[in-house]
Design a protein around this ligand. Sequence first.
Ligand SMILES: NC(=O)c1ccc[n+]([C@@H]2O[C@H](COP(=O)([O-])OP(=O)(O)OC[C@H]3O[C@@H](n4cnc5c(N)ncnc54)[C@H](OP(=O)(O)O)[C@@H]3O)[C@@H](O)[C@H]2O)c1
Length: 214
Amino acid sequence: MNIAFIGIGQVGGALAGGLLRAGHRVLIAARDLQSESVRRAIQANPGLQAMSASEAVHLAEVVFLATPYSANGDALADLDLSGKVLVDCTNPVGPGLSHGLNSRTSGGEEVQRLAPGARVVKAFTIYGFENFEDNRYPAYGSLKPAMLIAGDDDGAKAVVGGLCDALGWRPVDVGPLASALHLEHMTLLWIRMARQQGRGPNFVWAMLERGAAT
Ligand SMILES: NC(=O)c1ccc[n+]([C@@H]2O[C@H](COP(=O)([O-])OP(=O)(O)OC[C@H]3O[C@@H](n4cnc5c(N)ncnc54)[C@H](OP(=O)(O)O)[C@@H]3O)[C@@H](O)[C@H]2O)c1
């Protein structure tokens, strides 16, 4: 599959590397081909291909948005994302680790407003980038870490669920895009625990279901 990344920093770089290793063609939708983040990402994963944002988005079936939340409007402007699966990895974080939109709506729904024709799925937000670089927790055997995803388009969620699976996550569909608000709150909890309370980044959530096949 052709997959494009708008934003190729800590989050984008880690996910792009994993998807490349999973056998996908991964394109950097670069605003500046010479930027430090593009250079670093290609150095880490020479198989990445950088090109203009419009060209990468045109070629891609799936587009990851991994920019600072405040840059989303600028990053999405002038791009034709109609019909594309748009994976929103961004988090609106406000002062004091509050929700950046005061919990009135989710960042995921705001991304949908910025790209009305796209099939937005909120995913890869609820943990720090360290877990996108390496999500192996070998002490738990075959139990996969959970990746919670939200979106209004079931087909798009199936595509993103497949990518989660390929990256070693168990995708868990938490419902419509409006549920992204709850994922963004989970993110704030994770950041608080990992970065403020001294637990560090090496933990994730798992989904245990009574009666489910193991
Ligand atoms: N860090 C985490 O642990 C983590 C975990 C989950 C989710 N998130 C969320 O993921 C997003 C990215 O975080 P990050 O830590 O990966 O950030 P980062 O390392 O600072 O990378 C940001 C990327 O976005 C690009 N960018 C900035 N402004 C842009 C614009 N106007 N148009 C196009 N590209 C632009 C940057 O390119 P340049 O090099 O050209 O500036 C860079 O490639 C944030 O919304 C964050 O809340 C972060």
